[in-house]
Design a protein around this ligand. Structure first.
Ligand code: PA5
Length: 443
């Protein structure tokens, strides 16, 4: 089970102050669970683990089995933001690091529509031509530009290559139950569709088909993922000092109150890199509003100790760290003794590489705390589907609690519209002509 250790914050937040924030977190949890807070029409995620029917999991595996039968080698998953990051982070965390260079069996999942880079798109089109390809297109609104552009290209390629009828067997859409261009297009073309419920926002949607289907297609156990999330749902519901979501939400808000405005999510395993990306979206979009909010950033140690380490140790003292500690590595590699010892490393002979990583982690914690950077740890035993499910639910619940302590609506994102309006105007989208003229004068 996930554990939160706040002892690296003891010299930055007094016991009394922490207890005050624990009380606030308990109040925020009650508001969240009662559905009486801001954005309460977007609380569907809160009960997803316990209320997701087995039939939905079976429906995901039906697609997986159908595409395995068709010998699909490549699945292009199209989506951006909350319609991308959950699946991407789970697949990165669970996959063999060198899966793309190895001949592992089953379809490979790649992502598209999460940027507007022409080179990325062209290279994706190079790839699809070499593989037996299928596509999952994900957009809740069904109108987001980035995935819509990617889907237009992939749809056209699949139709030209396999024929219009077969394209229906190779394209699955995940979208709103009634609204949006993707929904009407899917109805017209006859695609298999999964629904994203109205009451689940994008960044809270990893435990819906948005995350579940791509993760299952990549070969991972979504039942175990949901089971882990369900265990966490129970634990995180308790108005109790040992509830890890309360502990984390309380401490990060106490630190923010004391001037620590930037939170670094730290991993000591490259598999966790995209958890950082998913978490940044979850916390950044949920809390960064009304002139408030902890700025979420992420680093990957020990790699980034050789780049960002200097700033973290010695730069402006507005940072705190939340480290995802993985207690046990699932693989072992021992460092051998060397008779000549020319590299002077024999003091490590017989030790596991992970032992060195662990000592680096502990040494870094003490150094950063001494340098004025509070340190919290969120620990899991190892990386697998169950623990990932736990992490997803834990961070979502703590995010809702945190945002309510901060006094913002965690479930809207009014700030992301500004760039879209300008982009539409500059792209001459019908209806935006006058804004286009005004914007061009400023460039
Ligand atoms: O969290 C969010 O709501 C956003 O990041 C959305 O997921 C993202 O903008 C994609 O939206 P859509 O799924 O409507 O294409």
């Amino acid at each position: 089970m996930i554990k939160v250790n706040t002892n690296g914050c003891d010299s930055f937040v007094s016991k009394n102050q922490y207890n005050e924030f624990v009380a606030k977190a308990k109040d925020a949890l009650a508001v969240l669970n009662a559905g009486t807070g801001a954005g309460n029409d977007f609380l569907g995620w809160n009960r997803l683990p316990s209320e997701t029917p087995d039939s939905l999991v079976d429906e995901c595996y039906d697609v997986v089995n159908k595409w395995i039968e068709k010998n699909i080698e490549l699945v292009v998953v199209i989506g951006i933001g909350g319609s991308y990051l959950g699946a991407k982070c789970a697949i990165e965390a669970l996959s063999h690091t060198f899966a793309s260079q190895m001949n592992t069996c089953g379809p490979k999942v790649v992502f598209a529509g999460q940027n507007l880079s022409e080179e990325y798109t062209a290279e994706l089109m190079d790839l699809v031509q070499t593989k037996n390809t299928a596509c999952v297109v994900i957009s809740k609104s069904g109108t987001t530009t980035e995935p819509a552009v990617a889907f237009r290209l992939i749809k056209s390629y699949i139709e030209k290559t396999y024929g219009k009828k077969e394209a229906c067997e190779r394209i699955v859409a995940i979208t709103d139950k009634a609204r949006g261009a993707l929904k009407s297009l899917s109805n017209q073309e006859g695609y298999k569709t999964f629904v994203i419920e109205d009451n689940v926002g994008g960044r809270f949607s990893v435990l819906t088909p948005v995350g579940l289907l791509p993760i299952a297609l990549a070969g991972f156990d979504i039942k175990a993922l949901l089971a882990g999330a369900k265990e966490m749902e129970k634990i995180c519901d308790k108005a109790d000092d040992n509830n890890p979501a309360i502990q984390y939400a309380a401490m990060r808000n106490a630190l923010y109150n004391n001037g620590k405005k930037i939170e670094l999510l730290v991993g000591f395993n490259p598999k966790l890199q995209y958890i950082g990306e998913w978490w940044k979206q979850l916390y950044g979009e949920s809390e960064g509003k009304d002139g408030k909010g902890i700025f979420p950033a992420s680093v990957n140690f020990t790699t980034d100790l050789h780049s960002m380490g200097q700033y973290i140790q010695d730069g402006e003292r507005t940072l705190f760290e939340t480290v995802i500690t993985v207690e046990n590595s699932r693989r072992t590699v021992k460092i051998e003794a060397d008779e000549q010892n020319l590299d002077g490393l024999n003091f490590l002979a017989g030790k596991n590489v992970e032992h060195c990583n662990r000592m680096a982690q502990l040494g870094t914690k003490l150094a950063h705390v001494d340098g004025g950077v509070p340190n919290m740890e969120v620990s899991i035993d190892h990386i697998d589907e169950n623990y990932l499910g736990q992490l997803f639910y834990f961070f979502e619940k703590a995010c809702g609690i945190s945002a309510y302590i901060l006094g913002v609506n965690p479930f809207n994102q009014p700030g992301v519209e500004a760039y879209k309006k300008n982009m539409f105007a500059l792209l001459d989208k019908p209806g935006y002509e006058a804004q286009g003229v005004e914007l061009r004068k400023r460039l």
